[in-house]
Write a protein that binds this ligand. Structure first.
Ligand SMILES: Cc1cc2nc3c(=O)[nH]c(=O)nc-3n(C[C@H](O)[C@H](O)[C@H](O)COP(=O)(O)O)c2cc1C
Length: 157
């Protein structure tokens, strides 16, 4: 099975850490949207899409990228890192992928560290940043590995 992971990790490379662990686990090719490298989507059986969360949304760069793809019948999964580390941020991306014909096999999220003072004076963000400190940590990386192993197992069954 040929796999690819496409991600945008614009802030602290938190999402990139997850992308690399996922790619290592399933021997996937990696495409960062910071690069201008072209890939042939049709060559892949499974594609993971990942991003940090910026102002309540997954990267607009990733949305723009997905909008141009034909993913009819393609198995995909989604992952994100954010201050809260919750999967609800992935929903909009999943809907877009499905509207492009993809079959979503799973969704993963974990916390990613950030400095609230860099973008907000809101005390809630300050508190959130304390909980997110040090993430993604080893435990997050292990959870990411288990997540992707489960997906591959499910596809092969
Ligand atoms: C400008 C900015 C806005 C952010 N907005 C949110 C947000 O709305 N919700 C949240 O949970 N985390 C938010 N975060 C935290 C990031 O999602 C978190 O640091 C993430 O791990 C960044 O991923 P990256 O390092 O791969 O870019 C924000 C961070 C930045 C820098």
């Amino acid at each position: 099975m040929k796999s690819l992971i496409i991600y945008d990790s614009a802030y602290k490379n938190n999402t990139e850490k997850i992308a690399r662990v996922l790619a290592n686990k399933i021997d996937a090719d990696l495409l960062s949207l910071k690069e201008s490298k072209g890939v042939i989507i049709e060559d892949y059986d499974l594609i993971g899409f990942g991003s940090g969360v910026y102002k309540e949304t997954i990267s607009s760069k990733l949305f723009d990228y997905v909008e141009k793809l034909n993913l009819r019948g393609k198995d995909v999964f989604v992952f994100s890192t954010s201050g809260v580390g919750m999967k609800f941020y992935n929903k909009k991306l999943i809907h877009l992928l499905e509207s492009r014909g993809a079959i979503c096999k799973g969704s993963f999220a974990c916390k990613g560290s950030f400095n609230s003072r860099e973008f907000s004076d809101n005390k809630i963000f300050e508190l959130m940043s304390k909980f997110a400190m040090g993430h993604p940590n080893n435990e997050d990386l292990i959870k990411a590995e288990k997540f992707v192993e489960r997906i591959v197992r499910q596809i092969k069954e």
